[in-house]
Design a binder for this molecule. Structure first.
Ligand code: GDP
Length: 471
């Protein structure tokens, strides 16, 4: 079993977290403790995995001197496979801690920096300070207020062995299979809507929308620079048109023409009007929701000069809900902290996982850095979002994928995918015609999606599958 050490100065909250980890397993723990006298073996369950937590409680005793902490920390870290380096978010980073952190990091073990005592939203800013330790594996938590503990638990679980893969399912325990079945049913339910949306003999349903008309929603919380970005975008463009012949454009929108495309920015009046009311979270979410209802493409604007916030995440979630094309715009790049591009993109990827398909671009609405690129990207993403892949190309790509990794059988039943066809655009939606639609494990579906993303340009667009039964 892998071993976990929680390391840090006295009073940062190590033992609270230790106890929290052990909480669910106390009965088993005490049994185990009886087996060995001096070393307390504490087994904790982290999500569905087990880990042995090293009792580093002794670290705090007589450890007023940092040298002592250092010595004991190194000893504990040596025994561990996974190291949590805990600091107190109420304090600024200490040079000695940073040095020790790097020393431990050099051991090459799985290691996370845990900034504890982030008791409220305001405290979250403090986590940012600790980015100077130079690690991406950083978690702001509050053990006492039970905040943001889950991402850390998930990270720990990820360091622990055994993640069942699609191919291993048959070998899994029977009751485990049931669990997977339930999961699968829940997943597939949405696909088995009443009345088939897809009839095999149907022609592809063309979207009634004109693929050359792109409705763009610029969204983000207050002060990230939406209105500045809008001005920069419209300033780029000489031919601002107020109306487009033959279409009714809501007067609160603004439309420009670019190449053969018409681009409408939705609710520009609302973006420019900076009332205090915008600061109210519920209102911001409501307004974003109504904008997204009319949009094809969302520009999610984030402030690169500050830590991301929960509200950023909530707003991003609405894009996912609406299955929109998306681009993530990291604004205020001119005053972004020393973090380099790769680091911040990684932070975006970690935090906005469900927008994995969205490209990330860094811009400055202030200095106009890279603003000109946004239009090309909008047009490219719209093309990807609106594209139709022919059935033959689609099936070639899928056949290639299935040769690489055949569909795993389910309960010993052979699962067949006869063919696939795209039945809708904006976003691309693909029907998989199968013998047993429920037999397609979601991990395999994800594999197919990734393969299609490699074969075609789906950058910036979600990709939807529906498994359908033949005949
Ligand atoms: P909105 O609430 O999202 O519409 O944000 P605003 O466009 O009103 O911008 C909020 C503040 O950030 C203003 O003071 C802007 O001048 C400033 N700002 C916007 N974009 C940038 C940028 O790229 N760099 C810097 N340094 N400041 C910016």
């Amino acid at each position: 079993m892998k071993k976990l050490a929680i390391i840090g100065r006295p009073n940062v909250g190590k033992s609270s977290f230790f106890n929290r980890l052990l909480k669910e397993r106390d009965a088993i723990t005490s049994e185990m403790a009886g087996t060995t006298r001096d070393v307390k073996k504490r087994v904790a369950t982290v999500l569905d995995r087990e880990v042995e937590v090293l009792d580093t409680g002794g670290l705090d005793e007589g450890s007023e001197l940092f040298d002592k902490v250092r010595e004991k920390s190194i000893a504990a870290a040596k025994q561990a496979d996974i190291i949590l380096f805990m600091v107190d978010g109420k304090n600024l980073p200490i040079e000695e801690d940073k040095k020790l952190f790097h020393e431990l990091e050099a051991m090459g073990k799985s290691m996370a920096l845990v900034v504890n005592k982030i008791d409220n939203d305001k405290m979250k800013e403090k986590v940012w300070e600790y980015y100077e330790f130079g690690t991406q594996t950083i978690f702001g938590i509050s053990v006492s207020h039970n905040r943001s503990i889950n991402p850390l638990l998930e990270w720990i679980a990820k360091q622990l062995p055994y993640i069942p893969q699609a191919g291993e399912l048959e070998a899994a325990e029977p009751d485990m299979m049931d669990e997977f079945d339930d999961l699968l049913d829940a997943y597939m339910e949405e696909d088995e809507e009443e009345g088939s949306i897809y009839d095999e003999n149907d022609e592809m349903k063309e979207s009634d929308e004109d693929p050359n008309h792109i409705s763009v929603a610029i969204i983000g919380r207050v002060n990230v620079g939406k209105s500045s970005l809008l001005n920069a975008l419209l300033g780029e463009e000489r031919s601002v048109v107020s109306d487009v012949a033959g279409t009714t454009i809501d007067p609160i929108d603004e439309t420009i023409e670019r190449d053969d495309k018409t681009i409408t920015f939705i609710d520009t009046a609302g973006i420019r009007k900076r009332g205090k009311i915008e600061g109210i979270e519920r209102y911001a979410l409501y307004r974003t929701r109504t904008m997204l209802e009319r949009a094809n493409l969302a520009l999610l604007v984030l402030d690169a000069s500050e830590p991301f916030r929960d509200l950023d995440e909530k707003i991003a979630g609405l894009i996912d809900e609406n299955r929109l094309a998306c681009m993530i715009v990291l604004n205020k790049w001119d005053k972004a902290p020393r973090d380099d591009y790769d680091k911040i993109v990684q932070q975006v990827r970690d935090r906005f996982k469900f927008l994995h398909y969205a490209p990330v671009i860094t811009v400055s609405a202030l200095t106009k850095q890279r603003i000109h690129k946004l239009y090309d990207m909008i047009i490219q993403i719209n093309d990807n979002y609106s594209q139709r892949i022919t059935t033959s190309r689609l099936n070639e790509a899928l056949a290639f994928a299935m040769r690489k990794h055949p569909i795993p059988s389910m309960h010993g039943q052979v699962i067949r995918l006869y063919y696939a066809t795209q039945y809708a655009t904006r976003p691309p939606q693909i029907a998989l015609i199968m013998n047993k639609p429920k037999g397609l494990h979601f991990t395999y579906r994800r594999f197919l999606a990734n393969q299609l993303r490699e074969a075609f340009n789906f950058e910036g667009t979600p990709l939807l599958f529906k498994a359908k039964k033949r005949g």
